[in-house]
Design a protein around this ligand. Structure first.
Ligand code: NAP
Length: 484
């Protein structure tokens, strides 16, 4: 199936931090792919901006290498890459100084969409926003894109929001959470709100519990010291896992428009109950024969930062009262696997007798690897021998269903950048959402810090600490297996 591509209007996109890791790995290869798909107008331009002295030719060489390294092999075509690179310019700008800004202003065209991607440390967001305005570079239709982390607590998130709000209206600010750009995540909304099948069952009467897992096999490696200042709660739960939880739990918005969707997500965050410490398990991976432990990676033998966290969350509203949402994420786990699993309750009565077996329905939404969905349904075991029930998966891999190679499914960043150009904020976090998420997260972190809680050690490449399994066993439930 060939996906339909709707070209966007002409634009100038400035990437502050255009030579950095994120720009090279995700943003620029993503733009190249949109260019190949025919979505970028002929005249659209991308301007890299950073402090280092490069000329445009050098910048194009950096981007060419990034495309060859980070795009799938068969999307790399020398002629197309050459054409794409012609759209690129570079300007030397220091976010904290005055040099370079006038040159940038001269490069910008009138009468096209202007977007500014802040792919730099958050400490520079305020400086860039201010200089864009003081140099008259951004107009009131310009868009700015900001990366995570959006604060490390409520106070810092508020300060960032304030810094941006001094110069830009909320309708101009695009806070990226790339999880929201994933094909599966949007499909989650299509499945929930495009079918009559699921929504009547989507509540505590029929759903036993929900599991959201984001498991990684990598450790914190070279960025251990940086990671040690945040940990799994700040790095993953406060943003990505909570966004997934919101989409699963929210009420149907009246329209698929940015504020209608974000209003509903915000209500979910505000309905989250505080969690007591029996329902939080934090862990740190141990050393293997050949690899260092978390604490060694972090460079602090007494670090109390978690590389794993599991939480049992409850939502105080009519739809979800009594249904636990189990969230789990960690580094150096046994497989790279992100999944949302909706575990339905058992049928109230088995007409086949208990000996036939019982299987709860389950809807699994896979974010990675192999984005797709599986619905487990109960059927009769084929063949003679009476009525025995088994559960079988109705499986839909998006790559197979779309007839495309898995690598060719539009990457989250590509989709989100095109949404910025189109001016569609639906898949971006609003300022009040981010603040509400921190307002819920902060007391949990403060509480374990005040208790002096020490994360439980777990074997590297396992499913995490045993205590996380026990947390579910206590109530007769168990985690889904983490498998790649
Ligand atoms: P990075 O590799 O350190 O790159 C930083 C970029 O910013 C470089 O191009 C650097 O170039 C430029 N820069 C630094 N100081 C500057 C200044 N004063 N004025 C103008 N440009 C400046 O960082 P990154 O990994 O790409 O991360 C960028 C942002 O994305 C961060 O907020 C990070 O948290 C976020 N993020 C990154 C990832 C990822 O996978 N890398 C994932 C999610 C979020 P010069 O040194 O030449 O100025």
């Amino acid at each position: 199936m060939v996906s339909r591509v709707i070209p966007v209007d002409d634009f100038d996109l400035v990437i502050f931090g255009g030579t950095g890791d994120l720009a090279r790995r995700k943003i620029l290869p993503g733009l190249y792919r949109r260019f190949c798909a025919g979505q970028m107008p002929e005249t659209a331009r991308i301007i890299g901006a950073a402090r280092s002295e490069h000329d445009t030719e050098e910048f194009r060489r950096i981007v060419r290498e990034a495309i060859l390294e980070f795009s799938s092999k068969h999307s790399c075509d020398e002629a197309l890459i050459g054409d794409f690179l012609k759209r690129l310019d570079y300007v030397q700008v220091d976010a904290r100084g005055e040099e370079g800004w006038n040159a940038l202003k001269e490069m910008m065209r009138e009468d096209v969409i202007k977007a500014y991607y802040f792919s730099v440390a958050p400490s520079l967001f305020g400086d860039i926003a201010e200089r864009l305005m003081s140099h008259g570079i951004a107009d009131d239709k310009a868009r700015i894109v900001v990366e995570k982390p959006f604060g490390r607590d409520l106070a810092s998130a508020k300060a960032l929001n304030r810094d941006l709000a001094k110069h830009f209206d909320e309708t101009q600010i695009y806070r990226i959470d790339h999880y929201l750009g994933k094909e599966t995540v949007q499909n989650l909304m299509a499945v929930r709100f495009g079918n009559i099948l699921f929504e009547p069952l989507w509540n505590s009467q029929y759903v036993d519990h929900i599991q959201i897992t984001v498991a990684e096999t990598v450790g914190v490696g070279g960025r251990g010291e940086y990671y040690d200042r945040s940990g799994a709660m700040r790095d993953m739960v406060q943003n990505h896992l909570m966004q997934l939880l919101c989409l699963i739990a929210m009420e149907p918005p009246s329209r698929f428009d940015p504020d209608a969707v974000r209003d509903e997500k915000l209500k979910v965050i505000r309905a989250l109950e505080p969690i007591d410490h029996h329902h939080i398990v934090r862990g740190q991976y141990e050393a293997t024969d050949t690899e260092p432990s978390y604490r060694e990676d972090a460079g602090d033998p007494r670090s109390r930062t978690e590389s794993f966290i599991a939480l049992r969350c409850m939502i105080s509203n009519w739809r979800w009262a009594g249904t636990p949402f189990f969230l789990r994420t960690g580094k150096k786990l046994k497989a790279r696997n992100s999944e949302i699993a909706v575990v339905f309750k058992d049928a109230p009565h088995s007409i086949f007798g208990e000996e036939a077996g019982r299987h709860a329905n389950l809807l699994s939404i896979r974010l990675q690897p192999n984005e797709g969905m599986t619905l487990k349904v109960t059927i009769k075991e084929p063949g003679p021998g009476g009525m025995r029930l088994i559960d079988v998966p109705l499986d839909m891999s998006f790559a197979e269903a779309l007839g495309e190679d898995a690598e060719e499914i539009t990457d989250a960043y590509e989709r989100l950048i095109m949404d910025v150009i189109r001016g569609n904020q639906t898949l971006f976090m609003r300022g009040d959402e981010v603040e509400a998420a921190w307002a819920w997260t902060d007391p949990l972190i403060e509480s374990w810090e005040a208790r002096g809680d020490v994360p439980k050690p777990y074997e590297a490449y396992s499913s995490g600490p045993e205590e996380a399994a026990i947390m579910l066993h206590r109530e007769g439930r168990r985690w889904r297996e983490i498998k790649g």
